[in-house]
Structures are given as C-alpha cells and as structure tokens.
Design a binder for this molecule. Structure first.
Ligand SMILES: [Zn+2]
Length: 373
C-alpha cells in the first residue's frame, strides 16, 4: 500500500512489518462529534480494512482527551463533573462510529489514564535538557529541537500564528520563546489535578498523545495522523517531545485528512454549522452516510451537500441489484489497487458502479469498503 506522507510531501510505500501500528488523534468529548470527525476516522478505517485484507495485523489506537480546557469549561457551564460529560459524549461518539461501520479500535486510552506515563515522559525531557519550569508551568524548549516544523512545513511566523489560534499563547511571559509549548500546567481551583514535583496540575495538550502512543504501540509508529489542522501545532509538538525523549523517529507516515465544510466554511463547533452522523443516518440509512463520505478523497477539503446522501442512496440500490447476478469479475482486485494507491475511494466507487451496471456481482468489493448491502 502507498500513502501520502505529510512530512515527506509525497506518496510512498508503507514501511511496516507484519503488524501495522496506527494512531489517530481522537476527540475531546465535550460536544457531539460531527461529520468532520467521522471523515477522519473513516479514512483510518479504510486503511485498516485494506491492510487486514492484504494479510497484515493492524493495531489502531484512538485516544480520548478527557481533560482539557474546552471540556472543563463546558462541564463548568453545565454544572456537571467533567468525567460524566466525557462519558456521555463518548457513548454518543461510539454509537456514531458503529453506525458508519467502523472497525473497533485496538485501544481507546484516556489522557486521565496515563498520568504516570505523562510524568515520566516530562522527566525524560528534563533529563534531555529540553524542558524548564516556571511557577508550576512546565514547557518544552523549542530551540532544542531544530526539526520543529518537520511535519507541517510551517515557517516560524506561521507556527506562531497557528499556536496563537489554538490556545498556545505565544506571548506568555513565562516562556523563553513563543514556540515553546506546555507540557504540564497548574490546575485552577475547581479543576482536576494530579500531584507532580512541579505542584498539583494537569497535562498540556500534546503530551498525552506521545505518552499514550508510545505506551500502547512503541517508540516508532507506522502511521499517525488526524485532521489536517492538527499538523501544527499538535503533531509537530508530539514529534518534538517524542523524538527528544527516545532519540528515535516517532512516525514513519504522517496521514492527514481533509476538512469537511458546510455553507462555504469549515464545519466547526464555534461556528455552529455542524452535520451529525446520527441525524443523517436517520434521513437515509447508515450505509448511505458511509458511502457519501467514501465518495470524497480523504486528503481533500470538501463541502457537505445534501444531494450526496440521495446519490449514495441510489448508488446503494444499484449495488444491491447486482447481488442477484451470479457473474463475477475482477472488480475486487481493481478496488484493492485503487485503495493501495493512497486510498483512492472515489475511484474505487466509480469502478464498483461500472461493474454493477455491467451486471457483475460486486458484493465482495462492497464488503472490502465496509459497505454491508
Ligand atoms: Zn493527538
């Protein structure tokens, strides 16, 4: 299988052994997951399905950020415990992912379940001379990692702007440099906290993914990624702290998924322009939602349009009618080849359409795409 690697900026053969390790950055469960999230995890699901079909074992980890500024703010506004809020939203998320037929993940670890590993990792960064503490805040010193930006290829001014946009606070006066990022921070009065040698606090944003990925999958991951907007700061910061701690490459292939828009802009909680899997699955059927998402290439940014659902519904009808045919064809191998070339699902769907119209049975090809007819 060949995949586009964000860091090398090209499509390369997947470099792996018989067990493929994958890590996709999961959700912060403070609000309903929308179609943009589903699109990310679906891309990882298709890769897993094709790799398993080709005889590999896959281990895909998807974390849950269950302690974070947004989650704590929302829990405070609802006057509920942050873990109750997180459990409720996770249950909804899991149902949504089942609706679009995602394979179960290898593990779904939580940030709050990895505090000892996080503290150990921060200690390693101190030992490496890349961490410093000011008033209970612990930072990664960006200047000690000259490769910062190796994932996103963002230049310094872009990195500073993106850090500011994502709550990284480059003008924090405690920082030695605006690109330094938080590893550990003091908790506010009503926030959860854990003891550490820098005082009671909680982890920064990026450190959990390094700690969880390396704990569950080892120092070097075959495939790691998430939404395209995570490349900087999240993934560059993960790479910086992981590689500093272990001295080994953190990720062989960085896989980034395009953003889903609606009404001419990015789908986002803050804009309130969201579409949800459960809602769309009721309007049509779950398989049509999966098919609509598969009709877009995973790396493209695209706009959700209502007619995609109707098109997918009629596509399903065509595919189903082909099941009555006893005529087999090479369609399964053609779909495999399309997926092997950077997960070209739009091409795979077009091939299945042609085979179904041609009166061939496309059942096995649909099954490989995770579509149950
Ligand atoms: Zn992450």
């Amino acid at each position: 299988m060949r995949l586009f690697d964000t860091a090398r900026r090209g499509v390369f053969d997947l470099d792996t052994e018989s067990v493929v390790t994958m890590y996709s950055c999961g959700i912060t469960p403070y609000d309903s997951a929308h179609l943009g999230h589903a699109f990310v995890y679906l891309a990882f699901d298709v890769v897993q399905r094709r790799l398993r079909d080709a005889g590999f074992e896959t281990r895909c980890v998807r974390n849950v950020t269950d302690v974070d500024d947004d989650l704590l703010r929302k829990a405070r506004s609802l006057n509920v415990n942050y873990l109750d809020l997180s459990a409720r939203e996770m249950a909804k998320f899991d149902r949504d992912m089942q609706l679009i037929n995602l394979l179960p993940v290898y593990s779904e670890p939580r940030a709050t379940g990895a505090i000892p590993e996080i503290l150990t990792l921060v200690d390693q960064l101190f030992e490496a001379g890349s961490a410093y503490e000011v008033d209970g805040w612990v930072y990664f010193e960006a200047s000690t990692f000259p490769r910062l930006g190796q994932v996103s290829h963002a230049d310094r001014s872009t990195m500073l702007a993106l850090a500011a946009e994502h709550g990284g606070n480059p003008t924090d006066p405690r920082k030695r440099d605006g690109l330094d990022f938080v590893l550990w921070q003091p908790s506010l009065e009503d926030e959860p906290s854990w003891d550490s040698r820098w005082g009671a606090g909680r982890p920064g944003w990026h450190i959990e993914c390094s700690a969880l990925a390396m704990r569950d999958l080892g120092a070097t991951l075959d495939i790691h990624g998430g939404g395209r907007d995570l490349a900087y700061p999240h993934h560059d910061c993960e790479a910086a702290q992981s590689e500093t701690a272990t001295g080994q490459p953190f990720v062989k292939t960085w896989m980034h998924v395009g953003l889903v828009g609606l009404d001419g802009t990015k789908m986002s909680k803050s804009l309130g322009n969201l579409k949800f899997v459960a809602e769309l699955a009721e309007e049509s059927e779950p398989a049509a939602v999966r098919l609509a998402l598969l009709s877009q290439h995973y790396r493209s940014d695209w706009e959700w349009r209502g007619e995609l659902l109707a098109q997918s519904q009629s596509r399903l009808a065509t595919w189903r009618s082909s099941l009555l045919s006893g005529r087999s064809s090479s369609i399964l191998d053609e779909v495999r080849a399309a997926l092997d070339e950077d997960v070209n699902t739009p091409e795979a769907l077009a091939m299945v359409d042609a085979a179904a119209y041609g009166g061939f049975n496309i059942g096995p090809a649909a099954a490989l795409l995770g579509i149950t007819l």
